[in-house]
Design a protein around this ligand. Structure first.
Ligand SMILES: N[C@H](CCC[C@H](N)C(=O)O)C(=O)O
Length: 284
């Protein structure tokens, strides 16, 4: 079966987006991993499937969302959040509906998004969770200071943005071989669901720099939920204000941890190309 796809990215964090609203695509994790492969498939950091909202239960208030977005990493694992893809999907919905405000539903909740006057798209990524069992971690502990060290990094803070994040704070990111540390930390026994690992440098209380080793994807040019976790964890540590510019290898995002507890994340979105793909060419 041949289906259309759209190749999008947010600061180079790239996605294949397919539309499963007209009919269920029923893509297996194996087929998603094959499609996401950068040599044998289309290639992407995450594979995004748009799905219809579940039918409202009788008597239930109508859905407050415009689409359900399912997120898979290129290893086939499903993720609970993807900030940059949220912004990309929101821009698609804005083009479809002509509205500047749309809501993207994920397994972690409904994420209101808006087009800003400068053309960037801002997503409300919801509330971070700090309980050890919410991140989750393997045992009870203070999530602001994890007893974890590897090579030149130690003492990360952890939170969930709907997906697990650990943030290490370092003096100079340019002098850290973070790609060498990422694989072991992603799969450390402390993280029963694995984790996205951020390596952050505080340039100023309102200006952070971070590189992210993503769970199920490895090093990416940007990570929206990772940028949110970086700001939140830096603020918890007294290292940042509630609003900051976060520099990632692919570019910058503007973030705010609002007093209502939710985290706003704004940045550019882009479509690189569209195409058609023959699913039968890929593992079932
Ligand atoms: N690798 C992540 C999902 C994608 C996150 C990232 N691309 C973003 O923009 O938030 C995870 O397994 O939780």
């Amino acid at each position: 079966m041949q289906i259309p796809f759209r190749k999008m990215h947010g600061l180079g964090n790239d996605f294949v987006v397919v539309d499963g609203r007209p009919w269920p695509l029923g893509l297996s994790p194996a087929r998603i991993a094959a499609l996401a492969d950068r040599h044998r498939g289309i290639g992407c950091d995450q594979f995004i499937t748009l799905e219809p909202l579940a039918a409202d239960a009788p008597g239930e208030a109508p859905a407050e969302a415009d689409v359900f977005m399912r997120i898979h990493n290129p290893d086939g694992s499903e993720a609970g959040a993807c900030g940059n893809a949220t912004r990309c999907v929101a821009s698609l919905l804005m083009a479809e509906t002509g509205r500047d405000h749309v809501t993207v539903r994920t397994v972690s909740g409904d994420l209101p998004c808006e087009r800003l006057p400068d053309g960037t798209v801002r997503a409300n990524m919801g509330h971070p969770r700090f309980g050890w069992d919410e991140v989750p971690l393997a045992e009870a502990m203070d999530t602001a200071h994890l007893p974890l060290a590897l090579g030149a990094v130690s003492d990360p803070a952890a939170c969930s943005m709907g997906n697990p994040h650990a943030t290490f704070f370092v003096e100079d990111l340019d002098r850290l071989d973070w790609r060498a540390l990422g694989p072991q930390l992603e799969r450390h026994p402390l993280f029963p669901d694995r984790a996205n690992i951020g390596f952050a440098q505080v340039l100023a209380p309102d200006h952070l720099r971070v590189a992210i080793w993503e769970r199920g994807a490895g090093p990416t040019l940007a990570c929206g939920s990772g940028a949110c976790a970086t700001l939140v964890n830096a603020h918890r540590r007294g290292l940042a204000t509630r609003r900051a510019r976060v520099e990632l290898p692919g570019g910058a995002l503007e973030l705010e941890w609002r007093l209502d507890g939710s985290v706003l994340m704004a940045g550019p979105v882009a479509t690189a190309f569209t195409g058609q793909v023959e699913l039968d060419h890929f593992a079932a």
